[in-house]
Design a protein around this ligand. Sequence first.
Ligand SMILES: Cc1cc2nc3c(=O)[nH]c(=O)nc-3n(C[C@H](O)[C@H](O)[C@H](O)COP(=O)(O)OP(=O)(O)OC[C@H]3O[C@@H](n4cnc5c(N)ncnc54)[C@H](O)[C@@H]3O)c2cc1C
Length: 303
Amino acid sequence: MSDIVDVVIVGAGPAGMSAALAAHQAGYSLMVLEKSMPGGKLNSYQTLEGFPGYEHVSAQQFGLDLYDALTKKDIQTTYGDVQSIEKKGDLFFITTDVGSYQGRVVIMATGTKERPLTIPGAEALFGQGISYCAACDGGFFRDKDVAVIGSDLHAMEEAIFLANLCHHVHVLIPQPGVAPKNWLVKLNQLTNVTIIEGATPVRVLGQDQVTGLRYQTVVHGEQEILLDGIFPVLGWVPNFQPIGSFKNLLDQDGYGLANREGVSNIRGLYIIGDLQAKATRSVKNVIAQGQLVVKEIANVIKR
Ligand SMILES: Cc1cc2nc3c(=O)[nH]c(=O)nc-3n(C[C@H](O)[C@H](O)[C@H](O)COP(=O)(O)OP(=O)(O)OC[C@H]3O[C@@H](n4cnc5c(N)ncnc54)[C@H](O)[C@@H]3O)c2cc1C
């Protein structure tokens, strides 16, 4: 068990890193816990749009710059997957897969994760041809045949990104009519893309590695395609398990209930960023929340 810190921040995405900078500036002792890579979602797409003053900046670079700002202030990131958070008296006890920590307040900034593909074969072949991140893993499928499964704009963006790398991209659209038409037009113009509308995936094929996909359409029944990789793009679900034990903290979809400043109904537990129910999910908003939440801490930690 380590020393008690004032502020434990869970998640080093833009929300968590912004909160870390603000907490440091306010003079609190703090630690940042991150289970994979600082930057969060910024690592999973190419270009950051809509951040005032920055035109088409690299999302990954933006994340690296934020992380750099932390390291310049000697704010350490501790690696570990937070698995439980409990409150005893005035202290929070945070357990990760590698250690246990104590804090006076906790800021949850764990964001969201990709909604998983749940058909047979999908879980077993994750990392063996199934990937949820074209920007991270697309390079492994250069000149190969892949499928994108998804109906929204993000799925179309991923398909276009992969079409620039892969030999052929099959785009299975379970719910036609969701993505903007002009994106479908763009995709249709690419000679190495096949669009299959109204296709429901049924089974991932392959023993140790993806070799194909079985899917179904109302018109043609079950069909199979041979593939090297599959990119499900099915939306997002909250990363909220660690605080699932607290009562009345989640909405019906599992997102965290807190006000604009991140204040939840548990004293000292704050929820910011994409994890929040009804959050406006953009980098500028979550960075602003990271700053706002630290002002609230003064109500709990009296100095
Ligand atoms: C494809 C895509 C494109 C986007 N494009 C834009 C854009 O152009 N402009 C824009 O403004 N916004 C964009 N966004 C939205 C923006 O990236 C998010 O709003 C923002 O990243 C949310 O920040 P966050 O810190 O709340 O969560 P995240 O960025 O999701 O970070 C959460 C962090 O918590 C960590 N974590 C999760 N669980 C645990 C755990 N149990 N223990 C420890 N650590 C944990 C994760 O590893 C991650 O690093 C885009 C999002 C996506 C998915």
